[in-house]
Design a protein around this ligand. Structure first.
Ligand code: NAD
Length: 449
């Protein structure tokens, strides 16, 4: 969330959107078929069946270790007290402290946070960083809140959940509509109770112990994977057309980095609309335009299209980088790409996944594709614990090494077992979590020992 219109980026003024609205007709429907929780459990079950996870263990691995829900009342400018709900779900901590982002969005609910927390468990295991999985969120209407109101909500949330957090317990990070500023408030609030503790959150501003490269890390990680996966599909990044759904932190950085490789970004959308230019959209300039408060539809040289038209654009790579469930049974058939790089969490429903598989589209799944953020969050945490800062080149090099290695491990397994990258990734993740849980004595071997 590093662009205009979000917490911390827009000063204290309320976000008024008086520009001509392409929003409603361009806004795609999400979660058409299943909840995020059902989507994640569907993929988990497919992989668990294949590696014969016993039913009783599945019940442990599907459910969360701890779920915290707190009340966040706020008196707003209308003079009324509004009550929001905050959540922190700690899914599985067998491999290390819980780790996962915090999302501010009116549609956040316990079910969604549970799903996102379990994705983090598999993701951290797949890329081999020593964390468990967690997620948090508040169901607040970010676009209608002032910066001061967002700060109050964030601090109140931290006050109410701090007992289950800690640098060796659970370390939050940014996600949809939260950014370095929100992390700074969280760190500061935690520090009032526990003393200065930079390692309590990652994705902080550089001035407060944030890591170089963290803001771009998820988008950069996606593009490292694109480079790694492209040759097998006969794709060359410099000759590829890319479409990005959701031009926020992840989508915005992925666009800027892939353009640096010579690719053409021909379609982009955000919560307010979608645009197209066959000649290519300059992502650096678009980023600045949005940061300055401009609208996507007002950017130079683009045609406004609908969200459904964006999904159907002919391209080599489609990057979903908005919310879950946006590629579903009703729109997947219209897709016209060779590869989907899942920047968003849980963007593809099982019906769409099967349909796209039949169409021969390669999907690099969320649990692998967007892990760059948590990898550099791990680097940030390590730097904070060591009180030592790495330069950006070192961060990016180490990120590249981990992303490429993870891709090779997942794709080797997918080829050996003749399964999709998604199922291979889940299998690897589940096996690693089970191994750690067994070593700790949480899971017993069967009667045979
Ligand atoms: P963000 O808030 O910075 O950006 C989200 C973008 O999606 C914004 O441009 C918003 O306008 C757009 N959007 C919202 N609703 C939309 C809609 N209906 N149609 C099209 N666009 C829409 O959030 P982010 O941090 O970039 O996260 C994006 C996705 O990536 C989420 O699914 C998140 O869970 C996932 N993710 C983020 C990180 C990270 O490091 N930030 C890491 C891993 C995964």
């Amino acid at each position: 969330m590093s662009h205009a219109g979000h917490a911390g980026a827009a000063g204290d003024s309320r976000h008024s959107d008086k520009s001509p609205r392409v929003a409603n007709r361009a806004k795609p429907a999400r979660l058409a078929e299943m909840s995020n929780f059902d989507i994640v459990n569907h993929y988990f079950d497919l992989a668990a069946d294949r590696i014969d996870v016993p039913e009783d263990l599945r019940a442990v691995l599907r459910s969360a270790y701890r779920e915290v829900q707190v009340q966040i009342p706020l008196r707003q400018a209308d003079g009324k007290v509004h009550v929001y709900s905050g959540y922190r779900v700690q899914h599985n901590g067998a491999r290390g402290p819980y780790k996962g982002g915090v999302r501010f969005h009116p549609e956040v609910d316990l079910d969604e946070v549970r799903a996102l927390a379990s994705l983090m468990t598999w993701k951290t295991a797949i890329v081999g960083v020593p964390f468990g999985g967690a997620k948090g969120g508040i169901n607040c209407p970010v676009d209608d809140l002032s910066k001061a109101e967002l700060q109050k909500i964030t601090r109140s949330f931290m006050d109410k959940i701090e007992k289950v957090l800690g640098p060796t317990r659970d370390i939050p990070a940014p996600d949809v509509n939260t950014n370095a500023q929100v992390m700074a408030w969280m760190m500061d609030e935690y520090g009032k109770l526990h003393g200065h503790t930079p390692a309590i959150v990652t994705g902080k501003p550089i001035s407060l112990g944030g890591s170089y490269g963290r803001e771009a890390a998820t988008g950069r990680g996606l593009i490292y994977l694109f480079r790694e996966a492209a040759p097998a599909l006969g794709l060359a990044p410099s000759e590829s057309r890319v479409v990005i759904q959701g031009f926020g932190n992840v989508g915005g950085w992925a666009g800027r980095i892939v353009q640096g490789l010579g690719a053409k970004v021909i379609g982009v959308s955000d919560a307010h609309g979608a645009v197209h230019s066959e000649a290519g959209i300059a992502c650096d300039e678009l980023h600045e335009h949005l940061r300055a408060g401009g609208k996507l539809a007002e950017f130079r040289g683009v045609d406004v299209i609908t969200a459904d038209e964006l999904i159907a654009l002919e391209c080599e790579v489609f990057i979903p980088a908005a919310l879950g469930g946006m590629i579903h049974g009703a729109n997947a058939e219209s897709m016209n790409c060779r590869m989907i790089l899942e920047g968003a969490n849980s963007p593809t429903t099982p019906a769409a996944d099967a349909l796209l598989h039949d169409k021969g589209v390669t999907i690099v799944p969320d649990v692998l594709a967007n892990a760059g953020g948590v990898v550099v969050s791990y680097f940030e945490w390590v730097q904070n614990l060591q009180h030592f800062r790495w330069d950006e080149r070192e961060v990016n090099d180490k990120l590249g090494t981990i992303m490429r290695r993870s891709y090779r491990e997942v794709s080797a397994r997918a080829s050996e077992q003749a399964v999709s990258l998604r199922i291979a990734a889940y299998e690897l993740g589940i096996e690693r979590v089970m191994e750690a849980a067994k070593a700790r004595g949480y899971i017993e071997d069967g009667p045979e020992g």
